[in-house]
Design a protein around this ligand. Structure first.
Ligand code: NAP
Length: 491
């Protein structure tokens, strides 16, 4: 597969450490594969703990000067980075689409979405404020400063190769931190392209360092950062088991942590909902990125009074989705990320059918001209809590419908999960809207809305979906600590 870019220099295949593009110390390489076929089309360094430590050396050396720059100077550099990201939107979208399988139209949207966080945090940098507190004792002044935590390690998943890393690096740089970052094995090229653009924007040497690694070498790279007391914060987006591992291991040096972990989002359609709006919302939230997002509805609860009508309208829309190579303009559902992902989706559907679910549309693997890693957009009815897909993220284009009778029952079922990232519901009853929004145990709730993420809003979960917030005016807090100054003898 050829990746034709208007700016060929965006295709970086080395680590960025201390402003130098370098191979891994031991020279190992990691193939980057087309998700549709599993065939390699590029390679990047397969780094190890030695490379990870070099990256921290650079970030630690760069921290004093970067953190002392004025907020306005940092903001100007981050804004330049933002402008370059948008200038190269089409090339970045092609890289995302090629290595991750995201349909091109959505990939363009991801570039804009990721860039919106970069712009937001460039602006927030200039609004970092402390407090002057009323003194309790005469002759004293009490002041509260916000300071950058230091070197930040950012570890990101494959499903949003640009947005996830942009919304970590931008607030870290805005706060005055320096960064070592490791993208997912499946999608290193988008992250390296972003790092190249940061370099072109004039972000100084050592402020942003990026190393790539295979699934096999990743624990070695990340353990080197966990053990290094110079790394003061870990910001992670990915699965809950890995998030728990990071929380346990970072305890030795008590690092600050932000964990954006897995979800199991409920999507509830009450009997008083606008059904067309609910179908639109489910199409937007469930089938984006082929169902491979942490905030995708995993369980769709529909009131029995509107169940059949809703399912009919939904199945028509789902059956019409165009499955095909991600880089084709017409594609709405691209390939899944790899063979393991397709196997998991097929296993969930088989398990559901064996336990009594019925396939309304889809329910099978699809082989297109360019490869085998596709799954047909699927609607299942008669789903129950006994099925695997009700407890675990399916991470694919499968909407299982659960029938319910009353509000108390559906809230109990929606909350019956260790996860608490996003929830959605559709209702036109204003009292119910407030009751249900408060009862749902999640960090985010979409009310008559399926697309909830925005740079101005705090993104994050509760329970085993993690802690910390990305975006909004709260997003910088995770990268700063609070210092209290008490000056006496002023009376
Ligand atoms: P993952 O396996 O946890 O991987 C995420 C990152 O962690 C990757 O960079 C991965 O590197 C690295 N990693 C894997 N094992 C590690 C270990 N033992 N020590 C240190 N790092 C390790 O998750 P994924 O499958 O890529 O992503 C899907 C998950 O992310 C889903 O659960 C989804 O819900 C969640 N997610 C959450 C959010 C959110 O905002 N809450 C957003 C997007 C995705 P390798 O790629 O090299 O294995």
């Amino acid at each position: 597969m050829a990746l034709n870019l208007a700016e060929p220099a965006l295709l970086r295949t080395q680590n960025l450490i201390d402003d130098q593009w370098r191979d891994a110390g031991l020279g190992a390489r990691l193939p980057v594969s087309d998700p549709a076929t599993g065939e390699a089309f590029a390679s990047v360094p397969d780094s190890d703990a030695g490379d990870a430590r070099l990256a921290v050396d650079a970030a630690a050396a760069a921290f004093p000067a970067w953190s002392r720059r004025t907020a306005r100077e940092r903001a100007q550099l981050i804004k330049r980075w933002h402008a370059l990201i948008l200038q190269h939107q089409e090339d970045l979208a092609r890289i995302i689409s090629t290595e991750q399988g995201k349909p091109l139209k959505e990939a363009r949207g991801e570039v804009q979405y990721g860039a919106s966080y970069v712009e937001w945090f460039a602006e927030e940098a200039t609004r970092i404020c402390g407090d002057i507190v009323a003194e309790a004792v005469p002759g004293r002044k009490l002041l509260v400063l916000k300071e950058p935590v230091g070197v930040v390690a950012a570890i990101t998943p494959w499903n949003f190769p640009l947005a996830m890393i942009a919304r970590k690096i931008a607030p870290a740089l805005a706060a005055g931190c320096t960064v070592v970052a490791k993208p997912a094995e499946d999608t290193p090229l988008t992250a390296l392209a972003l790092a190249w653009l940061a370099q072109q924007a004039g972000i100084p040497a050592g402020v942003l360092n990026m190393v790539t690694a295979s699934r096999e070498h990743t624990p070695g790279v990340v353990d080197a950062w966990l053990l290094d007391s110079r790394v003061r914060k870990i910001t992670f987006t990915g699965s809950t088991p890995v998030g728990k591992h990071l929380a346990r291991e970072s305890a030795a040096t008590l690092k600050k942590l932000s964990l954006e972990l897995g979800g199991n989002a409920p999507f509830i359609v009450f009997e008083d909902a606008d059904l067309d709006a609910a179908v639109d919302g489910l199409m937007a939230s469930k089938f984006r990125n082929g169902g491979q997002t942490c905030v995708c509805p995993n369980r769709v609860y529909v009131h029995e009074a509107v169940h059949d009508d809703f399912v009919e309208r939904l199945a028509q829309r789902v059956g019409a989705l165009h499955v095909g190579p991600a880089t084709e303009e017409a594609a709405q559902i691209g390939p899944m990320i790899n063979a393991r992902a397709v196997d998991k989706i097929a296993r969930h559907v088989e398990d559901a059918v064996a336990r009594g679910a019925r396939v309304v549309t889809g329910g099978k693997r699809v082989r297109t001209e360019d490869g085998p890693h596709y799954y047909a957009p699927t609607v299942l009815v008669d789903a129950t809590p006994a099925m695997e897909l009700s407890c675990e993220e399916t991470f694919g284009p499968v909407a299982p419908i659960f029938r319910f009778r009353d509000e108390a029952e559906v809230i109990r079922d929606a909350n019956d999960t260790p996860f608490g990232l996003a929830a959605y519901f559709y209702s036109n009853d204003v009292r119910r809207i407030w009751r249900v929004a408060q009862a749902l145990e999640t960090g985010m709730v979409g009310i008559n809305e399926g697309a909830i993420a925005a740079e101005a809003a705090p993104f994050g979960g509760v329970k085993e979906s993690g802690y910390g917030r990305e975006g909004s005016r709260h997003g910088l807090d995770d990268y700063m600590h609070t210092k209290y100054l008490c000056q006496g003898q002023l009376g």
